[in-house]
Design a protein around this ligand. Sequence first.
Ligand code: F6P
Length: 325
Amino acid sequence: MKKIAIITSGGDAPGLNAAIRAVVRTANYYNIQVIGFKRGLKGLIENEFIPLDARVVSGFLDKGGTFLLTARENRFYQYEYRKIAIENLKKHNIDALFVIGGNGSFQAANLLVKEFNFPVIGIPKTIDNDTYGTDYTIGFDTCINTNVEAIEKIKDTTMSHERIFIVEVMGRKSGFIALETGIATGADVILIPEYPFPLHVIVDTIIEGKKRGKNFFVIILAEGVAKAQELAPLVERELSKHGNFGEVRYSVLGYIQRGGSPSAYDRLIASRFGVFAVEHYIKGNINFMVALEKGEILAKPLNVSFGKIKKPDLKQFEVANILST
Ligand code: F6P
């Protein structure tokens, strides 16, 4: 009987539990045993694990976070710790390691492939949606929905006070979250690292908008561009040179973006990714990442996912700009 191990690694994202459940249940369906290592790569080093079966994962489909726990483990970048991890995997007679992670986790796990010829399968997750080689990563849709809900509330107060408001969202160095949040909330300005524009464009947009009768403005700022705390006084100072625009307020949405029950879309994708991953492995494939491309689920070599930068579609950015006039 084959035996696989599963970990969730890196920042959590809604839908991780749904993906674990899908892998475990599919494996059980095909008579494959599963154990889960706790806290991602850290658990591999410390040999902290729990046996998993169809019943253990019951009730997790709709839960945020990851019941296997997660961590960012820098020791894994040292060969001696990877050796310990491999020894632990071998101790448990594991045939393949399933990593639910982002590009960083895949790059780390790929070292097990390169150095020890150990089979690894990647299932992409991150609210940032920045994993190269897949159109979608588990957790992104829930994050956008969370942001839309929060920003609709911010818009109510911004409108009532006729203010200018900056909302900072996550995404590390990528702008997918800001772009889609901005389009879905009808933001007046969307600032993302991939298509930057200077301060005066923000200021001009507000001045022009005001002339056309707009009396409140929402700016969505990707954290990779600037901190809202620093941008707000800059915009305020520039605007004050052109009249009375009032104070520029800001909110940082922060970690609420990573929590919560996964959306229906994330539950579906996590389930489909998990089933595909196990079935593709059973067919004899290893060292691949599950990907969504043009609506289809397929496999890509694991090493496609890192080393290259995934950028939001320029057309999408143009849509945002056209609609924010
Ligand atoms: O990668 C997901 C993410 O939430 C980023 O958007 C954010 O910059 C980062 O993780 C925060 O990480 P940490 O949990 O280490 O603060």
